[in-house]
Write a protein that binds this ligand. Structure first.
Ligand SMILES: [Zn+2]
Length: 317
């Protein structure tokens, strides 16, 4: 770590230090691809596929929302120096869209005049799902595709192809690492199918705060409920709570779920009003307390299966 950094900045990076698992090899950088990832899920996939050929600097540490970000001087320097910059794309890093006007990654890339050939979006080729329950969201893309292992498979392929393009000499390494990660994601895809389809049909209702699990729900046959459609200024408004309560009463799920990084109060209001309890916390836009993207997917599957298995202690009449 550079010891001449200003104090304010040092304090910020110390806060995130426990979350940086692979920061200890600064001296061994020689010859490795220097990559930057926008947030934990993107960075983990690039790390897994890159293996020991790639150093990944992750911009948004766990515990923060990737939809908006003010890059630090170090983020800017790392981005300027990187051989490859990875982000998810669409409207994930700026919910109004993927342009330098709204998207903090695009803004950052423009500020350092980054070569477009060194920039890669892991969302390429994933089929988009749209939101639009309320008028102002009509036509907007739901950016949370990575909640489904099927999107993870496409992201892995994109990371592999990008690293081969940047560092063709080590193509075989990237192919082998990507194949290993894909195998894990394929067995997770099968586990999601098997375990969610084994739930009693009337229990297959996934109710969360943000509508971050649309891809998971549609890929694996769950009915999807939520309080707000996308993180932003309106989270838990009276109109949203009213619609949420109506949905929960109508569908009567065995339990509700918090989301990591979200305010729990709107969900508690829905739980109190319906008598349906909250059974666990799902992770959406962040690896959270999981060790990797694969662990994140396992955590979510286990939490959903636990919460939806029984007929629950729901007291809805
Ligand atoms: Zn989100």
């Amino acid at each position: 770590m550079n010891v001449h950094l200003p104090m304010r900045y040092l304090r910020l990076s110390l806060m995130g230090l426990t979350l940086i698992a692979s920061a200890g090899h600064a001296a061994a950088n020689e010859g490795k691809v220097q990559a930057v990832g926008s947030f934990t899920i993107v960075s983990d996939i690039v790390e897994q596929v890159g293996g020991d050929r790639v150093d990944v600097y992750n911009i948004i540490k766990s515990g923060n929302d990737p939809h908006e970000w003010d890059p630090s001087p170090r983020d800017t320097k790392k981005t300027a120096d990187a051989d490859a910059v990875f982000y998810f794309g669409w409207n994930l890093e700026g919910i109004e869209g993927d342009s330098a006007r709204y998207n903090w990654v695009r803004k950052l890339l423009r500020s350092v005049d980054k070569d477009p050939d060194a920039v890669f979006t892991l969302s390429d080729g994933i089929e988009q799902k749209k939101i639009g329950i309320v008028e102002k969201n009509k036509g907007k893309v739901n950016p949370h595709a990575f909640t489904s292992p099927r999107a993870g498979l496409i992201m892995t392929r994109n990371a592999r192809d990008a690293l081969i393009q940047v560092d063709p000499e080590h193509a075989e390494d990237y192919k082998a690492n990507a194949a290993a990660l894909s195998d894990e994601l394929k067995s997770l895809d099968q586990a999601y199918q098997r375990e969610l389809q084994a739930l009693p049909e009337e229990n297959r209702v996934l109710f969360t705060g943000e509508r971050a699990f649309q891809y998971l729900a549609e890929d694996y046959g769950l009915e999807e409920g939520f309080i707000w459609e996308i993180d932003g200024s309106d989270e838990g408004t009276p109109a949203q709570i009213k619609r949420a309560i109506r949905f929960v009463k109508e569908h009567n799920p065995p339990s509700l779920f918090y989301e990591y990084n979200d305010d729990e109060r709107p969900m508690n209001t829905v739980a109190d009003a319906t008598g349906v309890e909250v059974s666990g916390t799902l992770i959406s836009d962040d690896i959270g307390e999981a060790d990797s993207y694969v662990d994140y997917l396992k955590h979510n599957l286990e939490t959903i299966v636990d919460g939806l298995s029984s007929s629950g202690s729901s007291s809805v009449e």
